[in-house]
Design a protein around this ligand. Structure first.
Ligand SMILES: *Cc1c(COP(=O)(O)O)cnc(C)c1O
Length: 365
């Protein structure tokens, strides 16, 4: 049996008539930037995220960069973020000239550990960027109260957690800005690159939109870039937005099945989900003994897995000048050596999940 990490063709097969139709409509209209499909998408996405504004952009990396620019972050500022994420979270901090200040992760959820944030705050600190890693939200109640206490901005990197929830809160609801990616393999993915920013602050919305659109702001032109979601991707995302909750629920159901089949394997730790959380399972990341050998065994059995992420952010070559060591971030470092992400996507079957779990049990026996 073959079990890929994700199967984007299976998803397309489900929605083919609708997708083909909207692509045809865009091609026939001959208008490829902006227009109704883009504004429809922004309106629907904002509404579904309980935000006043959605500004679509070219990708999730740009969304982070533009957010930092819209907040006026510049050289000499410090931005606090997690030690464990995709590179963009930290590299965009460096791109605006600011210094990334890394914080170790919570050993259960792998998101930034709020109890370690305050000791990293200085008078140069301007922003905290939590990442809702693997599809589960970071502890926004604690993070937000730290932001209030020290008068800091908060940007939530939500590239992996569209429509996640923690209690009654969705990403972006309690902070200044949330950033999203529509990279094809994300829980809501385009057929190419895409991203957006949500905010309920009118001025931040205006500034982000201007910045992403050559800096056009009427006669007060500002320094900007060109970063837009194109019409074709918006039309595709409009179709997918109607299905995304079903797809997330299917991911959750598959994660429950994995949990049930793997929870008694003593060499494995299954994901911890916080009370009242909607974990959207962008990744089903287990911790396991003999990780590399297990990955090789699964690969020989036709099961594709991946490691999110092979190197923790503070130890990446681009941050050498910060002179970090493994034991400065011991929880993240250990997690990085033990973590393995199993196949998860809506169209995965129970037979496939059972097969993956059987292969894992065989390996340890
Ligand atoms: C995917 C991802 C990004 C970058 O998104 P792109 O659309 O690929 O630029 C940023 N942060 C996190 C946490 C991600 O997973």
């Amino acid at each position: 049996m073959q079990v890929p990490l994700i199967d984007l063709k299976a998803q397309y097969a489900q929605i083919k008539p609708d997708i083909d139709q909207v692509i045809q409509e865009v091609l026939s209209a001959g208008s490829f930037i902006g227009g109704q499909a883009v504004s429809d998408f922004e309106n629907s996405f904002a509404k579904k995220s309980n935000a006043l504004h959605c500004i679509s952009v070219a990708n999730g990396t740009d969304a982070l960069y533009i957010s930092l620019k819209a907040l006026g972050i510049k050289e000499g500022d410090e931005v606090i973020t997690t030690a464990s994420s995709w590179v963009s979270t930290a590299s965009m901090i460096q791109h605006v000239g600011a210094i990334p200040v890394f914080v170790d992760i919570d050993p259960d959820t792998y998101t930034i550990d709020p109890s370690l944030i305050e000791e990293k705050i200085t008078e140069r600190t301007k922003v905290i960027i939590p990442v809702h890693l693997y599809g589960q939200m970071a502890d926004m109640t604690k993070i937000k109260s730290i932001c209030n206490k020290y008068n800091l901005y908060c940007i939530e990197d939500t590239a992996q957690a569209h429509f996640a929830r923690l209690g009654d809160t969705m990403p972006g609801e309690v902070s200044d800005i949330a950033t999203f990616s529509f990279y094809p393999t994300k829980n809501l993915g385009a057929y190419g690159d895409g991203g957006c920013i949500t905010t309920s602050d009118d001025e931040l919305a205006q500034r982000s939109r201007a910045y992403a659109n050559y800096g056009n702001k009427g006669k007060d032109n500002i320094l900007g870039i060109n970063s837009r979601l194109d019409t074709l991707q918006a039309a595709i995302l409009n179709v997918k937005l109607n299905h995304v909750d079903t797809w997330i629920d299917q991911r959750i159901s598959h994660a429950d099945t994995y949990d049930r089949l793997l929870k008694n394997v003593s060499q494995i730790t299954i994901p911890t989900v916080k009370q009242q959380a909607r974990h959207t399972y962008y990744a089903y990341a287990i911790r396991c003994q003999d990780r590399d050998q297990l990955q090789k065994h699964l690969s020989e059995k036709g099961v594709t897995t991946t490691i999110h992420y092979p190197t923790i952010l503070p130890l990446l070559p681009i941050f050498t000048s910060l002179d970090h060591r493994e034991d400065d971030f011991s929880v993240a470092y250990l997690h990085q050596q033990e973590t393995l992400s199993l196949p998860i996507y809506a169209e995965l079957t129970d037979e496939q999940i059972t097969y993956v779990a059987d292969c894992i049990r065989d390996f340890y026996n």
